[in-house]
Design a protein. Structure first.
Length: 207
């Protein structure tokens, strides 16, 4: 039986599956504002956590630790070696190394802030359910009869080319808390469109 469900106000995409907010991060934050992090933070709704899957969180953690333990020490060595070679103003290795070091430190601050906001959500806790929450893989059909399969993931995990969309995306907001068989209304700048949810799936525990 098909149930029609109009799009309502923004919904909590997680329900009871949040494991918890992540602890303070691996490195000390600079007192200076980081432009990259500030811009990215705007995409997280006010007061919301940075919902992320365990796999997505692990990728951020791995990158951060690699920057801290591998990349940064290597560049620091290059900078120190270049600085010992004389005039720094005309020393290409020194100039490049300092610029690269600033880029690494900026990326470290950015990842630290993302992890500070992060709340890991385990999608498999909804395995076997047909209601849409964070981590769901949903197949739907639009009014033109076209079908599409998407997976709702964190802002830091989105990959539209592979069907991974952020939980703050209009489509994700429209279908959150709907169920398999529902028809939801997606409002876009070009008008409204009805989407029929054909299938709602979650990964199996331990899968």
């Amino acid at each position: 039986m098909i149930r029609e469900k109009a799009r309502g106000p923004a919904r909590d995409p997680v329900s009871p599956v949040t494991i918890g907010a992540m602890s303070k991060a691996f490195v000390k934050e600079s007192d200076d504002d980081d432009d990259e992090a500030a811009v990215a933070a705007l995409s997280i709704p006010a007061g919301a956590k940075n919902y992320i899957t365990p796999a997505g969180y692990q990728r951020i953690k791995d990158e951060l630790l690699h920057l801290i333990d591998v990349d940064r020490p290597e560049v620091v060595k290059i900078v120190h070696w270049a600085a010992s070679n004389g005039d720094r103003s005309e020393n290409g290795d020194y100039i490049y190394g300092k610029r690269r070091l600033r880029e690494i430190d900026r990326r470290i601050r950015f990842l630290t802030k993302r992890m500070d906001l992060a709340a890991i959500v385990e999608p498999s806790l909804h395995y076997g359910h047909d209601q849409v929450f964070f981590g769901a893989t949903v197949t739907y059909r639009n009014q033109a009869g076209e079908t599409r399969t998407i997976t709702i993931v964190g802002i830091d995990e989105l990959d539209p080319l592979n069907g991974k969309i952020s939980w703050v995306a209009p489509v994700a907001r429209a279908i959150t808390k709907a169920r398999q068989g529902d028809i939801v209304t997606l409002t876009t700048p070009h008008g409204s469109e009805e989407l029929e949810l054909l299938r709602v799936e979650y990964p199996a525990p331990g899968g």
